[in-house]
Design a binder for this molecule. Structure first.
Ligand code: ZN
Length: 447
């Protein structure tokens, strides 16, 4: 519904100037088994089937999808690495634009593990991830997202095949390939299918707040998104600047495929599940294909996916993971050249502003995630807070995405000052909090 798009826009869609940097393709011998199009197709078609109801986070279809992924992790030979000896890590989250104001729902991350083979390195952890939740059914968690005329397949299910069933299919097959590799990974590799990414990356933010091993032992993370469309375009990476080692690590994967690789953005920003890792000072990138059609539309169905490309992406990540998990030195982390405040959020619904006693035309930034160790957390922000004013910027119900992004850029560049007073509504309480940006969070600030 374009008329409402400004009010429902998430405040997480930063884009930086594209800096294409193609890496050479040099086919060479591979150590990981070949990942086939048929294998990734099977999981994609399954997860994008109507029986999972579009995998809307917090709804039964998402839970059934998690059960399927856990079963496939078992078949691939992974060990369960979630809570209480199982594959699942359950968490609650504030729904993005819920049907009921301030509704809290429950989701699960699915976590499997290959133990490292090297006694000196196996305490170190590499994470390979993709979110498995999708857009669900019309009306689930987003009252504004209604089926366009003629959209979908005669039902109200948004099957979410490219975003992101195909990537989860890749994760399952990468896991199987690495488990059966002739050269087992020296470091431990965790495979995580994240829940509730579509609600402000709440699954991955929960994970970095509740890691299965100390965060300091997490040496790198690769996130996969939207890899099955536009097969004639290069694969893209985001976040290469989180470590100088990524070029070499990615080259090890790209040697196993034909498609070229290009970088769309060097920095990790709050747009998908690699971000909470990068914000936690872990080298983290995302592999994706820019500009894929049918994003967040009911037309994102499995019959439009190019499964040869999904298999290629999986092969690339498998090769890169083998390198990352076994190279002698863990990759160094490079901090970003901006202030990362470490929160996810978006403009609240009018009904949510009303419920907090914030009257029209005013509104607020609904905080859905807070990452430990960063300025938002240090200020005392919590998920479920409504920031109505930050450094003199008063949120309004009709704020455009452009205005919100401009304000976010100013905060990240330190242009609104390094001490940011905030007015916050927490339930019915009014709080004055202060966020302090510290130079130690950045490598270089341009003024
Ligand atoms: Zn996605």
């Amino acid at each position: 519904m374009p008329a409402r798009s400004s009010t429902v826009a998430r405040l997480v869609l930063l884009t930086f100037a594209a800096t294409a940097a193609g890496l050479d393709a040099r086919p060479e011998a591979q150590t990981t088994p070949t990942i086939t199009a048929d294998a990734v197709k099977r999981h994609t078609v399954e997860l994008a089937d109507d029986k999972y109801e579009g995998r809307g986070a917090g709804y039964p279809g998402e839970r059934r999808a998690a059960d399927y992924i856990a079963a496939e992790f078992t078949k691939a030979g992974l060990s369960a690495a979630g809570d209480s000896g199982g594959y699942f890590q359950e968490f609650t989250f504030h729904a993005f634009h819920p049907v009921k104001p301030w509704e809290i729902l429950t989701s699960r991350n699915v976590i499997g593990r290959i133990d490292g083979s090297d006694p000196g390195l196996r305490h170190e952890i590499v994470v390979i991830g993709a979110h498995y939740d999708g857009q669900g059914r019309s009306g689930q968690a987003d009252p504004f997202r209604v089926m366009p005329p003629g959209g979908g397949a005669g039902d109200d299910i948004w099957n979410s095949a490219n975003d992101n069933a195909a990537s989860v299919a890749a994760v399952i097959e990468i896991a199987r390939a690495l488990k059966h590799s002739a050269v087992p990974p020296k470091r431990t590799v965790l495979f995580i299918a994240f829940g509730a990414e579509e609600h402000g990356m709440t699954g991955s933010i929960y994970y970095v707040g509740h890691p299965v091993a100390p965060l300091a032992d997490h040496v790198g993370m690769i996130n996969i998104e939207k890899i099955g469309r536009l097969p004639d375009k290069p694969f893209n990476t985001v976040g290469n600047a989180t470590s100088p080692a990524w070029a070499e690590i990615l080259k090890a994967g790209q040697q196993q495929i034909r498609s070229p690789l290009a970088m769309t953005s060097p920095f990790a920003v709050p747009e998908s599940d690699h971000y909470p890792f990068a914000a936690s000072r872990i080298p983290a990138i995302m592999l994706m294909v820019s500009g894929a059609p049918d994003g967040h539309l009911p037309s994102d169905s499995a019959d439009r996916i190019d499964f040869d490309r999904v298999a290629e992406a999986a092969q690339l990540v498998a090769g890169a993971t083998a390198e990352l998990a076994s190279r002698p030195q863990r990759p160094a982390f490079s901090p970003p050249p901006f202030f990362d405040i470490g929160i996810s959020g978006h403009l609240a619904l009018p009904s949510e502003a009303d419920a907090r006693g914030v009257d029209a035309p005013f509104s607020g930034l609904k905080v859905t995630g807070v990452i430990a160790g960063l300025p938002g957390a240090a200020a005392g922000l919590q998920p479920g807070d409504l920031i109505t004013d930050i450094a003199g910027y008063q949120f309004k119900r009709d704020d455009t995405l452009q205005a919100l992004m401009a304000m976010q850029q100013e905060v990240m560049q330190g242009k609104r000052g390094l001490v940011l007073p905030m007015k916050v509504k927490r339930d019915q309480k009014s709080l004055d909090l202060t966020m302090t940006l510290k130079a130690s969070f950045v490598s270089k600030i341009e003024r």
